[in-house]
Structures are given as C-alpha cells and as structure tokens.
Design a protein around this ligand. Structure first.
Ligand SMILES: NC(=O)c1ccc[n+]([C@@H]2O[C@H](COP(=O)([O-])OP(=O)(O)OC[C@H]3O[C@@H](n4cnc5c(N)ncnc54)[C@H](OP(=O)(O)O)[C@@H]3O)[C@@H](O)[C@H]2O)c1
Length: 351
C-alpha cells in the first residue's frame, strides 16, 4: 500500500539566527506533494539527519557552500523511499540516501542519490551515521590526517556524538589508548563502558585540564577536534612533539556572535605548533574525500559485520520536532547521532 500523504510538510528557515537559534527562526509549512516529470523520482523522507554544520549554513557568513536561503525549506541529508519513479534506474520501494531536506517529499533527477542495497537495509538510518557522512568524517579525519599508531594516545572531543564515537572506536581498533571528552557523567560512563574508551573526561568539570593530564600520562599524540573553546585550551599543553590535530569542527563557537573576550591564545597556539612541530589540518569531508567513499564503506561494513562497532542513535519522531531537536543538539542535549524519524519506514506501493 502506498503511504503517500495529501500534503508535503516543510520546515522553513524564516530568519537567520543571531547567536543560538530559537523556535522563531523556523516555521512549519504545508505544500502540495510535487509530481515527478519524466526522468525524476518522488521521494518520501523517512529519516532526516540533523548535523551541526547546518548551523553554519543558517548564517550568511562566507563559507565553502552557499547559505540556506531565508523563506526556503532547510536542506539536509536524508534516507528516503522512492514513492513514484519515472527514472530508469529507480523503482518504487527503493531506499536511497538523498538530500531531500527538512520535508516529507522531494523530487530528484537521481544525480544526488545513493541506492541502499545489502545489509545496510537492515538499519537504513545507519546510512546517515556509521555508514554515512559522520562515519566517513571520523574515518578519514582520524586515519588520513591523524595517522594513529598502535600505543599512541588519541583524545577525541564530543566523544559520544556521531563523529566522536566512531573516531574513538576506530582508534581502539588501531591499538591506541583512547581518552574521550564529553558533557556529563552519563555520557562519560557510556564512552568507557559501551564504546570501550580507556577513559572519558567531563568537560563541564572545573578541573578539566587536570583530569585530562591525569588520564593522558604520556601526553597526546592525536587530538581529534570537534569542539574548540575551553576544551582545546585544556588539550594543547598536553600535545606531544609531532602530534596531529585533525580539525573537524568547532561546535563550541557555532553560536558565537563575537570573538571571545579575554586573553588572546593565538600566540600560544602558534608557538606550540612551531616548537612541537604539530600538524594541524582542517578538512571538509564532502569537499576533500569524495573519491574515498567506497574504501570507507567497504571497511566500515566489514567492521559492522564483525560486530566491532557500536552505534547509539538519538531518534526523535516527527518532522515538526526538528527545530527543537536541532537547537538542543547545539546545547549537547542529543546523546548519539541525532536523526528525525519523519515517516513510517515501510516501503510504498510498487509502480
Ligand atoms: N569537517 C567536516 O567535514 C565535518 C563533518 C561532520 C561533522 N563535523 C563536525 O564534527 C563535530 C561533531 O559533529 P557530530 O555530527 O558528531 O555532532 P554530535 O557530536 O553528535 O553532537 C554535537 C555534540 O557536541 C557537543 N557540544 C555542543 N556544544 C558544545 C560545547 N559548547 N562545548 C563542548 N561540546 C559541545 C555536545 O556533546 P557533549 O554533551 O558531549 O558536550 C553535542 O552533543 C561538529 O563540530 C561538526 O561540525 C565536521
């Protein structure tokens, strides 16, 4: 049975946030379900990925991609079911990774689709995390830039999140000592007891720097940066000579409207890079590593099949909940990969 609804709900960006986003920046709208032309498919969104990068695209500061447009539906990675196909490569009922954004239905000409086949169909939402963008980010950032060696100490921030949890687990598979940094006791306990990290330090504690020092007695060889701010300040003095810092994200600053007040840490940072010959490299997964997705997908699929990776998803039901869930993610309220379940996950009618 087709589950096609009569209308297409969309979350619209009504204004650009100044500082932390609020509910006023979003509006739930309703439009007719679009009809595919020849060569197009109609997609029904099942899962919508909510990711920190979306905060950057809600602003119009210069970046590597254009910002989201005001009064338009928000963009984003999705897992969708082909509801109706007028495209030779897709049939109704196919599962795909798409860029349908924050809405129930979208059209595609197929150029932005990745068909899901094989074991991933047991957990289609994993195509947004372990087997998708965030897993890919963890894999390439850690292995290509971090280059972790057995016995080395790897520290990862936002340690229980979509990227950080995978970074730490891969580092363990590579024989490293792994110390996570996360917000709160529950997340830290999970990092140690479930993800298998050697330790995890709570960044909300006043003695973060001392705790980190105590649990990294041999210093830090690889710091996977997801956060910035005071977490980075605690890490920097512990970096070893020839240490590597894959600079993946700076979520602590995404809602900032001004440069931080107080002491200027830049000379300290530059001095450390020079004296310790640190390698600090920023990367944008979609821009820098597109040609290595197959390698990543094969290796991750194998580790998953061997039961060597754990995934925690934070699934929120209902497209209308997306703004609140997104706002919460920037405050650390998610525990695991944040995904909105937009619709039932049963396939539609075959055409
Ligand atoms: N470069 C790339 O291509 C690329 C691709 C994907 C993601 N990223 C970046 O990777 C980072 C992690 O993304 P994700 O998708 O895995 O998100 P996530 O970790 O699943 O969720 C965000 C987490 O960040 C932490 N956080 C938020 N504000 C913080 C603050 N002020 N100080 C410290 N921690 C804070 C919170 O965890 P706690 O409660 O533990 O603090 C929150 O749960 C982000 O910076 C993102 O922009 C970059």
């Amino acid at each position: 049975m087709s589950q096609q609804k009569e209308s297409n709900r969309q979350v619209i960006l009504t204004s650009r946030p100044h500082g932390a986003p609020t509910a006023d920046n979003f509006r739930l709208d309703t439009q007719p379900v679009p009809t595919p032309d020849e060569g197009q498919v109609l997609l029904r969104t099942v899962y919508l990925s909510l990711d920190p990068y979306m905060r950057g695209r809600m602003s119009d500061a210069p970046s590597y991609v254009p910002p989201f447009a005001v009064n338009e539906v928000l963009g984003g990675g999705t897992v969708a079911i082909v509801e109706t196909s007028r495209h030779p490569d897709y049939a109704a009922g196919d599962w795909v990774v798409s860029q349908s954004g924050w809405q129930d239905y979208a059209l595609s000409d197929g150029s932005d689709l990745f068909k899901l086949q094989g074991p991933v169909l047991e957990h289609p939402s994993w195509a947004l995390s372990l087997l998708g963008m965030t897993g890919f980010t963890a894999y390439m950032g850690l292995l290509d830039i971090g280059n972790p060696q057995p016995g080395e100490t790897v520290v990862v921030a936002a340690a229980t999140g979509a990227v950080g949890s995978v970074v730490g687990q891969i580092a363990k598979l590579k024989g490293c000592r792994v110390v996570g940094i996360a917000g709160g006791e529950e997340k830290c306990r999970y990092a140690q007891e479930t993800l298998g990290f050697d330790h995890c330090v709570d960044h909300r504690r006043d003695d973060l720097a001392e705790q980190l020092k105590q649990h990294c007695p041999d210093g830090i060889d690889v710091y996977f940066e997801n956060v910035g701010g005071k977490v980075f300040n605690a890490v920097l003095p512990l970096m070893n000579t020839k240490g590597r810092i894959p600079l993946c994200g700076l979520i602590a600053d995404y809602n900032s409207t001004n440069l931080p007040q107080g002491e200027d840490h830049l000379p300290l940072f530059q001095g450390a890079i020079l004296r310790k010959r640190l390698r600090v490299q920023g990367f944008i997964i979609t821009q820098d590593y597109g040609d290595r997705f197959d390698e990543f997908f094969r290796q991750m699929s194998q580790w998953i099949a061997e039961d060597r990776l754990v995934l925690r998803e934070h699934i929120v039901d209902g497209l209308e909940q997306a703004p609140e869930a997104f706002i919460g993610m920037l405050e650390g309220k998610n525990f695991g990969k944040l995904v909105i379940r937009v619709a039932d996950d049963q396939p539609g009618e075959q055409s």
